[in-house]
Ligand binder design. Structure first.
Ligand code: AP5
Ligand code: MG
Ligand code: ZN
Length: 232
């Protein structure tokens, strides 16, 4: 519940933080760190789709068609999947949202669902990085197929080359990180993402950060914006 007069969240309101940024901006990297820092689950729409694809479900097959082309998965599929995830017991104290919402339709659906429980997104962190840097980053990215942790060959290597630090799984490159798919992801997904930023700017809850800084400097910037929220 939110105090209608002061806008101050009451203690039982979940802490819901949203990370927004283009392909390769560092959402997954920062969400992994924040999840540990705040003891909240990291909910990533891309990871949920990849898990559904690996499990061979119908949702996974539908998502694959769009993801392979660098397109957004339609709202009809995405909204239900993500809101169901956010309602699970592991998100009872809050969550770090990575990659959802990324259309205004998704944002409105999420806002309405949260409002129906007297909740809202607490802060939106927009990680800004220029396009050429993004393309370089995803070219050197390796991810863990088990836990979804992203690594980078030079900027954030695992302790043992090719192996996830957390669970020992051999790392893989993502099918949608081929240069032509990355270009399509930038062209098709950045405009709707900017509309989402604009949507939350109107509510005055967006913090824009320089995502070209080293990983731990970006983390410090995020903590300086949301640290007090997390401890309130
Ligand atoms: P998703 O998996 O979310 O992909 P994305 O948004 O394109 O973002 P990425 O995961 O590629 O980048 P990231 O910001 O997480 O960067 P990371 O931390 O890994 O979605 C995949 C697809 O699913 C979409 O294309 C779409 O089809 C579909 N989809 C997902 N959500 C959807 C939705 N809501 N609606 C519709 N469709 C949806 O970092 C990248 C690399 O850079 C890593 O190697 C990392 O080590 C390195 N790095 C990170 N930070 C730094 C730094 N500060 N300095 C140097 N290197 C860094
Ligand atoms: Mg990611
Ligand atoms: Zn792992």
């Amino acid at each position: 519940m939110t105090d209608a007069v002061s806008g101050t969240p009451s203690p039982e309101e979940r802490l819901i933080l949203l990370l927004v940024g283009a392909v390769g901006a560092g959402k997954g990297t920062q969400a992994t760190i924040l999840s540990r820092e705040f003891g909240l689950p990291h909910l990533a729409s891309g990871n949920l789709f990849r898990a559904a694809m690996a499990a061979g479900t119908r949702l996974g097959e539908e998502a694959r068609e769009h993801m392979e082309r660098g397109e957004l998965v339609p709202d009809e599929i995405t909204i239900g999947m993500f809101i169901e995830e956010l309602a699970k017991p592991h998100a009872a104290r809050g969550a770090i949202l990575d990659g959802f919402p990324r259309t205004v339709g998704q944002a409105r659906a999420l806002d309405d669902t949260l409002a129906s429980h007297g909740e809202r997104i607490r802060r939106v962190i927009y990680i800004e990085v220029p396009a050429d840097e993004l393309v370089r980053r995803v070219a050197g990215r390796w991810i863990c197929p088990t836990c979804g942790t992203p690594y980078h060959e030079t900027a954030d290597p695992p302790r043992v080359a090719g192996i996830c630090d957390k669970d020992g799984t051999p790392l893989r490159q993502r099918d949608d990180d081929r240069p032509e798919v990355v270009r399509a992801r930038l062209a098709r997904q950045v405009p709707p993402m900017l509309e989402v930023v604009d949507h939350y700017e109107r509510a005055g809850i967006v913090d824009r950060l320089d995502g070209t800084q080293p990983i731990d400097a970006v983390t410090q910037d995020i903590l300086s914006h949301v640290g007090s929220e997390a401890r309130s």
